[in-house]
Structure formats: structure tokens, C-alpha cells
Design a protein around this ligand. Sequence first.
Ligand SMILES: Cc1cc2nc3c(=O)[nH]c(=O)nc-3n(C[C@H](O)[C@H](O)[C@H](O)COP(=O)(O)OP(=O)(O)OC[C@H]3O[C@@H](n4cnc5c(N)ncnc54)[C@H](O)[C@@H]3O)c2cc1C
Length: 415
Amino acid sequence: MSLPNTADVVIIGGGVMGASIAYHLANAGMRDILLLEKDDFFGQGATGRCAGGVRYQFATEVNVRLSLASLPMLERFEEEIGQAIDYRKCGYLFVLTQPADVSIFQSTLTMQNRLGAGTFWLDGDDIRQRLPMMGLEDAIGGTFNPKDGTVDPNSVVMGYIRAGQRLGVNALTGVEVTGIQTGGGCVRAVESNQGIISTPVIVNAAGPWASLVADKAGLTVPTALGKGCMVAMATRLVHTVLNRCKHPSDGDIFVPIGTVTVLGTTDIPVGSPEDLAIEPEEIDLLLAEGEILIPSLLQHRPLRAWAGIRPLYRPATEPVIADPGCGHHRLIQRVTAVHDRRIRHERCCEGPIEAAELRPLRHQAHGVSGDDGLERRADDPQAGHELGGALPRGSHRVVGDDDRARIQEQSHDLE
Ligand SMILES: Cc1cc2nc3c(=O)[nH]c(=O)nc-3n(C[C@H](O)[C@H](O)[C@H](O)COP(=O)(O)OP(=O)(O)OC[C@H]3O[C@@H](n4cnc5c(N)ncnc54)[C@H](O)[C@@H]3O)c2cc1C
């Protein structure tokens, strides 16, 4: 389809958020929806670079509720949307190594199960029995939910794009929004490298680029961009998502995806959504930490490494949803994670968004990120179970230059 001169709504960004919003608006009966993606393909931003983890295990009630509302939708995805998404309920095991974490995770587990999440407690011996090949001598307990797992993010994106197109969504790639025209407190038009589109409504679904897009309308969306690096090993080394928690907020995550294992991830503050270069130290850190958990790790072949930028929202006092105060002419701004899409979008479609309920998701001072891309407080027990902190003394292993060169070379595959 070609670029129209007008649209009832223009969605900027063809990642999982934009694709889902487009589909859900169309499914709710809206017409004349235009989705613009600057890249040549949909889903090449954070969505195509994420680990695809979906889970019920969260530390805050609002996140658990979002999961309870949205993960069942992934189960019905193929039936409803017509696209298989490889939803694997392989379970998600948080392994605790610090006594202080035990009571925190146990109270979190109580909260999760009160809401109906179905999370189990395992003691250290249970964990070692289940995973005898792992270096889990220091495991003192953990939580496991068998319904947590992974999906293929690209299939989710394309499922929504195609389902939206069937409902009349005009979804275009290679169209970069370069400006936003406003007047009288309302958005008026979108300027792009292909032409200008008049529209009364713009949805900013630009993920890590959200603040740059908002800036074009003279608005501020404060973001804290965090680069996450991951390495794919050529062997399936685990059969459940394994997240080993260490203090203060670092950890290692292993994600089984088909025949490979994705090992991650770092969280390094960056200044731009294009800052995707991977430093050798990041690979060293991932492999060295991974080797603690899987002593045979380096006997397996690394396939590639890549980085993605987490679109974290860092508010000062602004609400998540910015309404320029012009009736239905709203500029909706959001920065969120894959598996939250349904409930938030339903609210977009149905009317005013209940900002109060989403408020707990807002980034507090000095928040940190988790593997799902949601920001959390630094004292959140499920915050930042990822790499990024210092290695335990004596545990750092220098990875051979050959390994590093091979991984770095392969890391360009996705950049
Ligand atoms: C390393 C890593 C691991 C992660 N793991 C998980 C996980 O396990 N589970 C989970 O739920 N989440 C995870 N996340 C978070 C998840 O990837 C993101 O929350 C999600 O993909 C955000 O989707 P989005 O559509 O908002 O952004 P994106 O996918 O980045 O989409 C934004 C799109 O907007 C386009 N765009 C930007 N500017 C313009 C413009 N001017 N004109 C037109 N188009 C534009 C971009 O090209 C891009 O395609 C992870 C993230 C990272 C980085």
C-alpha cells in the first residue's frame, strides 16, 4: 500500500507495541489506521532482540495482574490471530543464593498465589536434584512457575501485523517519521521521509526511540536506555528458564529456545537507541558468569551475540499517559514490555486509560531493569536479575581471544 495523505490514527513504530495497538484498534472497529515503521522490516528494534521470556512471576501485584490478563491471550494467539508463536511453557526458575532474599521471595510468592499465579517454592536440595549438572552449590531456595516460558517475539509482531492488515490496517515499512506538526494543543500531521500525513491522533510506539519521537511534538518522554547483550550457545543446555539471583541486583539468565540456549544479559546505560556495539568485556562477563552455573559452558559453541536497547521509562513526575488536553485528540505515549500489550491496548481501545492502575509500573528513583524490560525499583526482589554487577571474587575467567573474536564477528548478524 502507498502512503496516504490522511489517516484517522498514525501509529509510529512497528515493534510489538505498534503492531498490537494497530490490530486491537482495528479489531475494536476503528478504521483508517496507518502504522509506520522506519526499518525495512517490522520488529527489528527491541522486539526482535529480546529474549522472548513471558512470566507470571513478578514482585509487584500490578505486574502479576498484567500477566494474568495477558499470558492467556498468548495461549489463544494462534486461534485468534492466526499465527503460531511457539509458546513454550518451559517454566521459569529463580534461584536464590542470598539468605536475605528468601523471605522477600516467599512473601512475593504468597502474593502471586493469592492472585492465582500458581508459583511453587523449592528448597536448595530440590533445585540441585532437579538440575544435577548445574553449579548450584550455593542455591538456598527458589521459586518456580511451570506456566512461565517463552514465545517467539517476531511471530507475535507479524501475527498482529497480518491480522491488522486483514482488518484494513495500512502497515508500511521504510517510512521514517521525521516531524510532527501540532497546533492549538493538538497534533495535526506527521512528516515522514515519504510525505506528510494529516491526522488527529498519533500513537508513539517507538520503543527506545520514544523520547526522540515525542520530542518532534515538543513533548518530553524521559527514557533510560539500557543496552542488554546476549549470547546464543549452539546447544540446548537448560530446559527451563533459569535465573540465578545474586546481590545487589545482578544475576544470570539462561533461556532455552528450540535447540539453543540464550545466555544473558547485561544492562548498560547508553545514550542512544542505536548504541548497539558490544564490548569484549560484556561477552567475557556473560561467559564467565554463565560458566559458574554451567561448568561445561565453554565446551559448547557460541553461535552469535547481539545487543538490544531496553525502552525504559524514567519519569520525574509525569504520568505514563500524556494527554495534551484536547479531547479525543490524544498523543498516547508508552514504553513497555512484550507481554503487557493486551491489557494496556484494550484500555486504549476502550477509552480513557486507568493511569492509577498503571502507576505502580512507573519508574521510581534509581530504578533498575529486569529481563522483561520493565523498570523496577532497586529494592524490588525481582529487579534486574541480570548481569551488570561485579563478579564474585576469583570467579572471573578470561575468555580466549578466539572465542571472543568469533562471537564478536557473529554479533554483527543482527546489527
Ligand atoms: C536484551 C533484551 C532482552 C529482553 N528480554 C525480554 C523478555 O524476555 N521478555 C519481555 O517481555 N521483554 C523483554 N525485553 C523488552 C522488550 O524487548 C521490549 O519491551 C519490547 O520489545 C518493546 O517493544 P516496542 O514495540 O515498544 O519497541 P521496539 O520493538 O523497539 O519497536 C519500536 C519501533 O519503532 C520504530 N521507530 C522508531 N522511531 C521511528 C520513527 N521516527 N519512524 C518510524 N518508526 C520508528 C523502530 O524502528 C522500532 O521498530 C528485552 C529487551 C532487551 C533489550
